[in-house]
Each structure stands twice: as C-alpha cells, then as structure tokens.
Design a binder for this molecule. Structure first.
Ligand code: AMP
Ligand code: GLY
Length: 424
C-alpha cells in the first residue's frame, strides 16, 4: 500500500523508519518530513495543515492510508475534511476526528470527560472572562502551588504552576483578560497540583478494540537533574521500571478501559492514538492530560520496542479489526537522547552544519529539525536529532544513546547526559 505520513519531527522519523520496514508498504510519502525522513520514503513539500494540497496529493498518488503525526491537523479537523469529501472519504486517516481530538485540543473538554467517566485526575474548575471573580474565590480556597492551564493548544506553553495566590490571580487575569496565550486562554482550567512521578502511556484504538503500546518516560526540562526551562522533550526511556505489573493493572482498569469505553459510550468516533500523560502518586495513577497523537520523543523509543509489523496494526485501526492483529513488544530497553540547538528552548542558533552522524552505529539517528543545504545536513529546528537505541538492559541503553550523541557535532549542540539514569 501507499502511505502518507504527516509531520516533520523526530516522532515522524521514527514512524517512517518503522513503516518502511513493513513488506506491506509499497511507497511511503512524508509531508513535509525532514532531511532524515528521505532515507525511508519520499518527502513531499506540503505542510501538515494544508488540507487541500494533502487531499489532492493523496488522490493523485493513490494513497491508501494517512498517518497523522502531530496534533494540529487533527484538532483542525483533517480527518473530518477527508470524510466530508466524496473523492477522499475512502482513504483511512489514522488520528481522531475533531471531536475526539478535543481530548487534547480543549483541557476543559478533557477534564469534563474524565469527571463524567470517573477517571482519576486532579480536582479542577474552568473559568472564563465572565466568571473571573468566581475564579478568584475558587483560588482563595485552594492549596498551593496551584496549576493554571490554558484551555486550547498553546504550543506546550499553556501550563503555569503558581507558587503564591497573588501570582495565580495575576496569571488568571493575564490569561483571561489579556489573552496571554491568545484564544487558547479564553478559558482557563484551575487545577490541584499533584506530586509524583510522570510517565506516558500510549493506546492504539480502532474505536472498538485497543492495544496498549509500550509505556515511556519523557524528560521535559532542559537541564540535567530535571532543572531549568520546559522543552518539547529532551529524551525518553521505555520500559519504565516503576510502571510494574501492579501499577499498569491499575492504569489499565482505572484509566485505559474507562477512557476507551467512555469514548464508545459517548459516541465519539476515535481511530488513532491516545497518549495518556499520567502521574504516579504513591502508586495510584492520575491523568495529567490526554493527547490525541503519539508523544515526541517517546515515539522514538516506543517504535524500537515494537517487533510486529506496524503497518498491519495501522490497517487494523483503519478497518476496525485491531483485535485480530498481533502486537509483540521487545523486553529490551530503548533509550532516546535528544540533541538540541544552542539557545533552545529560547531563541536558538540555526543553519549549523551537522557532522559525525556516520560514526553512530549502535543507535538510530532520527532527524527532527534538519534540512539539506547542498551536500550538508544543517540544523533548522530547536530539537535537531533524536539518538535512539535498543539494548539488553537499561544501563547499556542509556550509556549507548548518550555515547552516540557525543559522536555528533555542530556549533552549539547540547544534550542531557543524565537521561534515564534516575531510574536505575
Ligand atoms: P501539560 O501541558 O498538560 O502536559 O502540562 C505540562 C506539565 O505540567 C506536565 O507534564 C506536568 O509536569 C505539569 N503539570 C500539569 N498538570 C499538573 C498538575 N495537576 N500537578 C502537577 N504538575 C502538573
Ligand atoms: N513528549 C510530550 C509530548 O509529545 O507532548
């Protein structure tokens, strides 16, 4: 079959690598892709949110399946766009329709969904400009720190953890009345702060059946020892040692099953991935957030652990017979170290020539923010490369990914040398 993958990051590189190994895949197109994805398929210069061009390309190139990497096209309704068009509706889109994508696109929607379906999550209330004063009252009754979340997509920046009541009030005003995060903060979820350790759980569903993919831990802070600013993700590890069988059973029974059943019960069609961001609070799982797609840089580790034919699984999602498909997971450990541009996550350096990738043999070099400039691969994004490896045990995996990251060079390269070592 011909497959079109949308997106251009490390997650899409890992998807492309995995899909390209399937005997079922005749041609893989990546729109727009990056300098690395062209190893696995043909890059197509179309933005993942340019629905008209994607539709035209899919018809002209006899695309049989579309896999959507990032959230933006899903929240903007790419799946609905295909279903509404007579010439396109036969092409399955992996990723939910707009309604299901609200699990990520609206924090208020996702909190309501959790409350309705008795899914464990932090207590919260949502406020608007009109209910600002009720917001102040609510804040005054809550313990500190307190979490403020912009309702809509805010490029990963919409969550504020406020240490004082004054700060929380000021931020609530700024979000609701001064559009701190634009339209995204026209509603704000005020949420109880949870203490614990986070992990990412991934579910693949055809709307009726589901499979639980390998879980992963993501490292969000720029600095070693989880210090400094939040980033898109500096590394990942899978499996997660504290997610043992007893904990994962709770996740399954209290979170995954009620989530999939909730979608069914509420007649929200959903074919794609559910990314559940969880907090382990003293052995109990609480949902921090849902995303309507896979995580990045978790996907880079997760794909390495999936032994089955991924295209076969995607077909199961498309056709609604995921229950008949096989998911075999390696019990080895996958680790990913992300190499970023100097200055990231602030203003960062660009257009630096990358060298040394040919010296990496034991890890995959998944490209994220790269382009070709003549013969050279250059940096174009903040997160530039994801170095991912699969090894017999966690120590070897962490050491290998870190050692391989240090084989690569460009002016300003930075990566964390402590990814995963806290789990040993
Ligand atoms: P989100 O954008 O929802 O992923 O939130 C970003 C980060 O903020 C999460 O990964 C958590 O580390 C943190 N966070 C979000 N909600 C809470 C909460 N209720 N309690 C503690 N930390 C939180
Ligand atoms: N790794 C977190 C995310 O993809 O949102």
């Amino acid at each position: 079959m011909n497959i079109l993958l949308l997106g251009s990051g490390g997650r899409e590189s890992a998807f492309a690598w995995k899909i390209s190994q399937s005997p079922k895949c005749r041609q893989l197109f990546i729109a727009p892709g990056n300098a690395g994805t062209s190893q696995y398929g043909k890059n197509v210069n179309i933005k993942a949110t340019d629905f008209d061009s994607i539709g035209r390309f899919a018809t002209e190139n006899k695309v049989d399946l579309i896999l959507v990497g990032p959230e933006e096209p899903l929240v903007k309704g790419i799946h609905d766009f295909f279903l509404a068009d007579e010439k396109l509706k036969h092409i399955p889109v992996i990723g939910p329709q707009q309604e299901g994508a609200q699990l990520e696109g609206s924090k208020d929607f996702s909190k309501d969904f959790m409350f309705r379906n008795n899914i464990p999550t932090a207590a919260s209330k949502t406020f608007t400009r009109e209910t600002l004063h009720e917001g102040f009252e609510y804040l005054s009754t809550q313990s500190l720190p307190i979490v403020l979340k912009a309702d809509g997509l805010a490029a990963g920046k919409g969550v504020l953890i406020c240490e004082t009541l004054k700060e929380a009030e000021r931020e609530l005003i700024s979000m609701l009345t001064e559009a701190k995060f634009g339209d995204a903060s026209s509603k704000v979820v005020v949420e109880q702060f949870l203490t614990g350790i986070e992990l990412s759980v991934f579910v693949m569903t055809d709307g009726q059946h589901y499979k639980v993919l390998p879980e992963a831990k993501d490292y969000k802070r720029i600095g070693e020892g989880d210090s400094g600013l939040n980033t898109g993700g500096m590394g990942s590890v899978s499996p997660v040692p504290f997610a043992d069988a007893a904990f994962m059973k709770k996740v399954h029974d209290k979170v995954i099953v009620p989530t999939v059943n909730g979608l069914k019960k509420e007649k929200i069609p959903y074919k794609g991935f559910i990314f559940i961001g969880l907090m382990n609070c003293n052995g109990e799982p609480y949902v921090i957030e849902y995303n309507c797609r896979m995580g990045d840089p978790e996907t880079e580790s997760v794909m390495l652990r999936i032994e089955s034919d991924f295209v076969d699984l995607l077909q199961g999602v498309a056709k609604g017979n995921l229950n008949e498909k096989e998911l075999v997971i390696s019990n080895k450990t996958a680790a990913t170290v992300v190499c970023v541009a100097g200055g990231y996550p602030g203003e960062y350096l660009r257009n630096k020539v990358i060298t040394g990738m040919e010296n990496v043999h034991e890890s995959k070099v998944f490209h994220a923010g790269t382009s070709m400039n003549g013969e050279n691969v250059i940096t174009t994004g903040g997160r530039v490369l994801a170095i991912s490896t699969l090894q017999d045990n966690m120590f070897n995996a962490l050491q290998q990914a870190t050692a391989d990251a240090s084989r690569i060079y460009w002016d300003g390269i930075y990566f964390r040398k402590d990814i995963g070592f806290d789990l040993l």
